[in-house]
Write a new protein. Sequence first.
Length: 541
Amino acid sequence: MTVKQRACGGDVVVSALEELGASAVFGVPGTHALAIWEGLRQSPIATLGMRTELCAGFAADGFARASGRVAPLLLSTGPGALNSLTALMESATAHVPVLAISSQIPRDMIGRNRGFLHDLPDQLASFAPIVKQARRAESAAGLAELVADAWRVALTPPSGPVYLEVPVDVLDGAAGAAPVATLDGSPERAVAPPAELVAEAAALLAAAERPVIWAGGGVERSGAWDELRDLAERLRAPVATTYMGKGAFPAGHPLSVGSACDDAAYGELLADADVVLCVGTELGAETTRQYELRPSGRLIHIDAAPERIGSNYEALALVGDATAALAALVPLVPGREQDGDAERRVEALRARIAAGLDEQGRELERGILRDILAAAGPDAVIAWDMTIMGYWAAAHLPVEKRRTFLYPLGSGTLGYAWPAALGAQAARPGERTLAVMGDGGVLYTLQELASARQHELAAKLLIVDDRGYGILREYQRDAFAATHSVDLVQPDFEVVCRGFGVPAQTVEPPELPGALEWAFGEEGPAAVILRAGVTAHRPTR
């Protein structure tokens, strides 16, 4: 990369992103960051401006999850930067490689409290507790290398968001014309766990009579799908996935248990196993029924973050990236005879869960899931909000393909799904993309219908309208036998969507299949509003 004559710091940022292979950036322009946006004006990088920094952050997250690549997020000083914190919290808790680049007030003003526009007491400190790394560029010299290093850190397991701020005088100031060495943003080489620990784990698995593999989002992030499948088939071991691990193992595989983490049959499988291999999961509250799960066997825990191993459950620690760790483990585990016993156990477990749902009479919610899957197809990327149908999908939607299930479980935030779907559509143009949101959460991000039209992103939006915060309504009734402030006066969503120039239909549940087929047949963005009083998933016992 060569910095052009009279280039400014903003040009260096853009040139660095080009050199690192960025294909799209997300953000909202701001007065201190305009030099970056000017650099983007003639750049081959697609500039996907959103209507708020919150949504830009969610869109970057969706792009990164659907592609496995770094997603640049451009922020402006002060309130613009702070508006992204919720999105970056989600990216941090889900280990999504987002590179947030923000402007900052001039270097000689930082920390002096002189009332400069958008000044914060310590902007860097606002991001440091959330992201993997937070740094400031002090000059144009070395700025490109700082961007490359941030890119590398974001990708290095455990992956996650990185924050880099550049003072406005650096962005606007001359950067000179000296050539800059070719940038390398490749992550640090994944190192397998120590050989003696891998051998110990292999011996435990080989001797196990009832082994189970528990796969989390780290398998998806690492791309360890083939290694996971190889190990499961060698061991003839059932594979359970966490909510964030959906897609790590194909739902249609005869060893696939699914992800109904709250259901009794699922929990009993894990509790009764004599060895459980946990791969890329923090074994958090949502996965373990608020830590009530009590495994009776030995746990082996593979995770790239050493501080997570043993924090909730005692385990043999294999610190490392999922791909490297599984690749080292697979050759040491002898293959077992395929006698069909594991497959029969898995089939019985699935049947038990389905029978429990049958007893609950939850055909409306299960039917909606079936309709969504049938219309979208197995290759579609579906982004789910923290809404009732999202909870159902997390537990019971069968996911066959990698990087197609987007869900904000890490932060539990509202407003994620629609902008995340737009980011996923930008990452995978031409593929079907759908966002599923409730009528409460969609009002965080409905304005991004305009962004979808402006950037010609053909994602589809399904709004499940039950006139309020449906899940909180249920929680209040369960806890207090009454509700308060959860029933909402809502707009006519069809009219609002059409006001943004997005075609829309309002339907009842029997009409949903046809409406979804219509939406996917539309050339650009389209919305379906489903009037349905859905209720939350209840664990089967």
